[in-house]
Design a binder for this molecule. Sequence first.
Ligand code: TXA
Ligand code: MG
Length: 322
Amino acid sequence: MLRDGRLVAFGTETVYGLGGIATSAETVARIFAAKNRPVFNPLISHFPTIEAALHEVIASPISQRLAEAFWPGPLTLILPRHADSRICDLACAGLASVAVRVPAHPVARALLQEVGLPVAAPSANPSGRVSPTSAAHVLAGLEGRIDAVLDMGDCPVGLESTVLDLTGAHPVILRPGAITNDALERVIGPFARREAVPSPEENDAVLRSPGLMSSHYAPSLPLRLNAQDCHENEALLAFGTPFPDAPLIWNLSASGDMVEAAARLYAGLHFLDKTGCAQGLEGIAVMKMSEHGLGQAIMDRLKRAAAPRTRHPGHDASESLT
Ligand code: TXA
Ligand code: MG
């Protein structure tokens, strides 16, 4: 189906992606339309091997080192596009750079190997909503808008890949993710670290990595971060020992384990949003957790989910595609 230019969602170790061949502008246009994603927000292309990924870009010694250290795995590298790259302009949103990644999930790699072409795969959720970590989440958001979903069970990592921009003089993290700052610095030494969440104004002005728009990953219920208690009309996203009086609870990790919390984050947001709305609750209280290591990426997503919802001109992809 992918080779025929159709849209197939599939699991990776991070989240489910909405796959389509990155070499066809028509297919990529249908990805944007299915997600209602603004066309200025470029897509990551996925490959089965390091060689296949680096073939599409102008690699550097640093990118080679990072690829060897972290691929296959949850790291996305932004690199200058090779002149002979087959990835279409629309997948890169017209930029001179391209995002590439080799996912670790063995089924995803086997699929990519079988397809034999770069596969563009943004997270398989409607634009601006919570990313999917199960086939059921994918269908809840996109049923009827995609051709198939390959059910690969729950995603083991549960948070999107770390996006590292290697096109400038120094590496810059555009999106914190499953590969932590410390892990990156062990391989390439100290480098610039982005502020966790830029202001909406800054976001709108810069749009360097448009997926960083502040209101992203948003459930429909509002989030209250670092809550010290849980109100009677709130669901609770707990970490450690939950507040006793919460009417609806999803515990990220009873033992306070960050890896478990990352893996359970999006499933928790999907669950509390759906069940909380059905029970007439009006918000989600989020207990405090560490911002170190994986906690940085978790808190990055929670802050975006809690940010005021912004609208962008041309946000409706069907509008901007016609
Ligand atoms: O874990 C992941 O990365 C998942 C799985 C499916 O691989 N994919 C994913 O894709 O999260 P998406 O489209 O939801 O996020 C891609 C991010 C966006 O923030 C986008 O703006 C950024 O990567 N990006 C892609 N190409 C870029 C480029 N050329 N320059 C800067 N940022 C880019
Ligand atoms: Mg996404």
